[in-house]
Design a protein around this ligand. Structure first.
Ligand code: NOJ
Length: 445
């Protein structure tokens, strides 16, 4: 039976959330609209037309919610700052009430003995900046840097743990290539400039924090998935390599000073030439104190000549059919172990934190109880895999469960429930699920 003490006394256990997904108060107290507010307002973009104005109402219930973090026994609370709450138009004029709100959240954490980890960008770009091109525009970097400086100067005395970006591949691919997330842009002509400015933002954000926050512990997070070729044919192996460049290597390698992974995929080589990214190699480099890994599923891929550009396609795993979560994501703890090892192999990755991991299920509240045995099993499997990696000498120093409570799961709306705490989106009542109680017990031992 796995115990939290197996990971050592220093190991940091936390729970993660993001502003857009829980805060609500979307237009209250001076907050400007973000690209997600605009996206959710368009019909057909979010399942069942769910909106963002209230979500979990964390904006008004943060005291109660931080008390839940404490009650469940977590030491760390990872949350993000809504850029357009601080700067309603993305730049220049600040919103004092927005700035105050995060002071309140931080102070509440500190008074409860909870360590805050702040994510600076968790996908909610101010709409005013998107109107100027958003992440595709060269001007985004100056705006982001100014936002980082404001946060560092405001909160840096109280908060030492910072995460520059959340899943850069997530928002550049879903938002600027596939168009299924905000701002709904598509195509490589949007994707590549967004990738370039994002790679610059992660390094420059890190440098600003280093300069302005004393004793800062600075990280950034990556979505990651083990990529498995369907067969051992050369075509499938090369297809898997291309997907690996895109999904796993695209942002960590520039931060490591390696530039974009052009050798694995000729399309990236063209991107590098067209945008002159090799000239920016030094600017894209930053020595992060920790790397945040966020893993949910592996991918099995097969060569497919009909798929433009990447010529690869996701298929079901060839081996035995694996169980899936309610998102349709394959449950495969071994692939979690494998991807941790892949990232740990970079020479400059000194310290890994798992900054998100969790599962959505079709939870039901019955007589005041949510019996989510499958989620408990999921966590046991994944924690065991992480323990194996740690025992083999990988420096993993923390784990943050995704997520505190059921919330707005982007294009899935409120339909995908990932929480350890059930949210009733009508009454806003919170009910600890059995998995929440499981964590509470786990963290005691
Ligand atoms: C990654 C994202 O950072 C988070 O916002 C999202 O809810 C989870 N994965 C689950 O999809």
């Amino acid at each position: 039976m796995i115990k939290s003490s197996d990971f050592g006394d220093e190991f940091l256990w936390g729970v993660a959330v993001a502003a857009t997904q829980i805060e609500g108060a979307a237009a209250e107290q001076g907050k400007g609209p973000s690209i997600w507010d605009s996206f959710a307002a368009k019909s057909g973009k979010i399942k069942k037309g769910h909106k963002l104005d209230i979500t979990c109402d964390f904006y008004h219930k943060y005291v109660e919610d931080i008390a839940l973090v404490k009650l469940l026994g977590f030491k760390v609370f990872r949350f993000s700052i809504s850029w357009s709450r601080i700067l309603p138009l993305g730049k220049e004029e600040t919103n004092p009430l927005g700035i105050r709100f995060y002071h309140n959240v931080i102070d509440e954490c500190l008074s409860q003995g909870i360590v805050p980890y702040i994510t600076l960008y968790h996908w909610d770009l101010p709409q005013a900046l998107e109107n100027e091109g958003g992440w595709t525009s060269f001007s985004i970097n100056a705006a982001f840097n100014a936002f980082v400086s404001i946060c560092a100067l405001e909160y840096g005395d109280k908060v030492k743990n910072w995460i520059v970006l959340n899943e850069p591949f997530g928002y550049t691919s879903l938002g600027y290539m596939l168009g299924v997330h905000a701002p709904g842009k598509t195509g490589l002509s949007n994707f590549f400039p967004a990738v370039l400015h994002t790679a610059l933002a992660q390094a420059e954000g890190g440098k600003i924090l280093r300069a302005e926050v004393s004793n800062a512990n600075i990280g950034t997070t990556y979505s990651c998935s083990e990529i498995v070729p369907y067969t051992q044919s050369e075509n499938d192996i090369l297809a898997a390599k291309r997907v690996d460049c895109l999904m796993n290597r695209l942002f960590i390698e520039p931060a490591q000073g390696l530039g974009f992974p052009t050798a694995g995929w000729d399309v990236l080589e063209k991107f590098q030439l067209e945008y002159g990214t090799w000239r920016l190699q030094e600017r894209m480099k930053f020595d992060f104190d920790f790397i945040g890994l966020q893993n949910y599923f592996p991918l099995t891929v097969k060569y497919n000549a009909f798929i433009p550009v990447i010529q690869a396609w996701e298929v079901k795993a060839k081996s035995q059919r694996k169980p899936h979560t309610a998102m349709g994501w394959e449950i495969n703890a071994e692939s979690f172990y494998n991807i941790i090892k892949q990232f740990a192999a970079y020479p400059n990755v000194k310290n890994i934190m798992v900054t998100e991991n969790g599962a959505a299920y079709h939870d039901k509240l019955v007589n005041g109880h949510v019996v989510d045995a499958e989620r408990i099993e999921y966590f046991k499997l994944y924690l065991n895999a992480m323990l194996k990696a740690k025992q083999e000498g990988i420096n993993i120093t923390g784990y943050m469960a995704w997520t505190l409570m059921d919330n707005f799961e982007w294009a899935e709306g409120f339909n995908a429930r990932f929480g350890l705490v059930h949210t009733d989106f009508k009454t806003l009542e919170r009910t600890i699920k059995y998995s929440g109680y499981w964590w509470q017990e786990f963290l005691k031992n």
